[in-house]
Design a protein around this ligand. Structure first.
Ligand SMILES: [Zn+2]
Length: 462
């Protein structure tokens, strides 16, 4: 894997490298006006960087910290010990605090104590407080006191995605820099630079696609570019948003399509989770939380699932089950699980001892299938033989979806040939049926989703 993520690798390190043109210009202007050594003292002591996530606020804060502390001539030189220390996040005088997880009065008190002490190496102590609007009001008031009378060796850079939540008294103490959502061109520009330096073959059209899908976040754009580099496909990344909106049938078919095309499903799930996270932060819609948790569970399971796509399919079906129970009480027909009751092709235990023969040889069959086609082997794991008469082999699948895949010519032939080889019979004809007899029958009833999920989860236990 990469020694560090591309986002960190291509973090702007100087003012001219800042990604947003407006910020580059306004910050550059403020700094160059006060560029005299003595004048540095007269730079603002409190800054407020506000704007959406992923647009480079904390990166800019670090550039600022380097700028005022750099020992070099050209600031920041990115060569002196202070610049390097700050870039590495290892400078004791530049303190980054995530207010989302350090919200309370105690943390701010601690900070105020530290503020009183002289810097250890640098000229200025810089406190970068991220998501500053998350501070409790008590903590925000304590911070305000420090902002009102900052020691001359201290600079604050407050970063926030929600400036309107900050007390007016805090805002008025700060020099504000507004980070607006980047334009498509700005994101493409950034991607171009990263792709160029990484010597990536990505054409302009693809960069535009990524930039669009990133919806105003440099961070997301670069992550997507990274996924493409790691072998992901562009449409798997684009599709995450649509996927989350799809109905059950469509979503299951979509998962199948991705799997067939060899798309990395874990990458896809990562993208879905990110998508939901963004929505959650935007809308604070708590109903998204369970969705995120379920996806993460699927993500964990995908690592060693026999059928890699199954955890994602379970997610889809679970969601269908849930929206169904939410709607329960209404008379509307739901879009729940799509498996329909189906008459068994043949009764459960056709050809008693012949079936036993198949069952006892089944591990061998799986083993023999594996080198021929890995995904057929994986599919077989979610089936079981329920009948054999010397010619017709009946396999029960728990999912319509897997049944259909095994019924395709390509898969069917592999199974038939392998079984006939292992059992030493001339002709085998594969017949698929949908299983768990009673489970599936129930699945057409009111709470089919649950039953189905149970059945599917059994597969994992094996
Ligand atoms: Zn330097």
């Amino acid at each position: 894997m990469w020694p560090m993520t591309l986002y960190l690798k291509y973090r702007p390190q100087t003012v001219p490298e800042l990604d947003l043109k407006a910020v580059r210009e306004s910050l550059g202007k403020t700094l160059s006006n006060k560029d005299l050594p003595a004048g540095r003292q007269s730079l603002p002591h409190a800054w407020l960087f506000s704007g959406p996530r992923g647009v480079g606020k904390t990166s800019a804060a670090r550039v600022l910290a380097k700028y005022i502390n750099c020992r070099g001539k050209e600031k920041p030189c990115n060569k002196c010990d202070l610049c390097l220390g700050i870039t590495a996040g290892a400078c004791p005088d530049v303190v980054e605090i995530d207010a989302a997880s350090n919200r309370g009065i105690d943390e701010i008190r601690q900070l105020r104590e530290g503020v009183g002490l002289a810097p250890m190496q640098a000229k200025f102590k810089v406190y970068i407080i991220d998501e500053v609007h998350m501070l409790t009001s008590e903590a925000a008031n304590a911070l305000l006191k420090t902002l009102e009378e900052p020691p001359p060796h201290v600079m604050f850079v407050l970063c926030t995605t929600e400036a309107e939540k900050l007390p007016e008294t805090v805002i008025s103490r700060c020099t504000r820099v507004v980070f607006s959502k980047p334009s498509l061109e700005e994101i493409v520009e950034k991607l171009k630079r990263v792709a160029g330096e990484e010597k990536l073959k990505v054409d302009h059209g693809q960069l535009i696609l990524i930039a669009k899908a990133a919806r105003g976040s440099f961070r997301d754009a670069i992550k997507m570019l990274e996924q493409v580099m790691l072998g992901g496909k562009l449409d798997e990344i684009e599709g995450a948003g649509e996927f989350l909106e799809m109905g059950t049938d469509e979503a299951l078919a979509y998962v199948n399509k991705l799997a067939e095309r060899g798309v990395n499903l874990r990458t896809f799930v990562e993208k879905c989770v990110e998508e939901l996270r963004e929505k959650l932060l935007e809308t604070k819609d708590v109903s998204l939380i369970s969705k995120i948790e379920e996806l993460e569970r699927a993500y964990g399971r995908m690592k060693d699932a026999a059928v890699p796509q199954l955890p994602l399919e379970i997610f889809v079906i679970e969601r269908a089950g849930e929206s169904k129970s939410i709607r329960a009480g209404g008379e509307k027909k739901s879009e729940g699980p799509t498996i329909k009751k189906q008459e068994p092709v043949v009764g459960g235990n056709l050809g008693g001892h012949m079936l036993d023969d198949v069952l006892s040889h089944w591990p061998e069959v799986m083993k023999a299938v594996r080198p021929k086609n890995h995904s057929v082997e994986a599919l077989l794991r979610s089936t079981k033989p329920v009948g054999f008469d010397g010619r017709d082999l009946i396999l029960e699948a728990f999912y319509e979806f897997h049944k259909k895949q095994l019924e395709t010519e390509r898969c069917r032939v592999i199974v038939e040939q392998t079984v006939s080889e292992v059992l030493g019979v001339d002709v085998v004809a594969l017949k698929m049926q949908l299983g768990h007899g009673s489970t599936v029958a129930k699945a057409t009833g009111g709470d089919g989703g649950e039953e189905l999920v149970k059945a599917a989860e059994e597969i994992f236990k094996r």
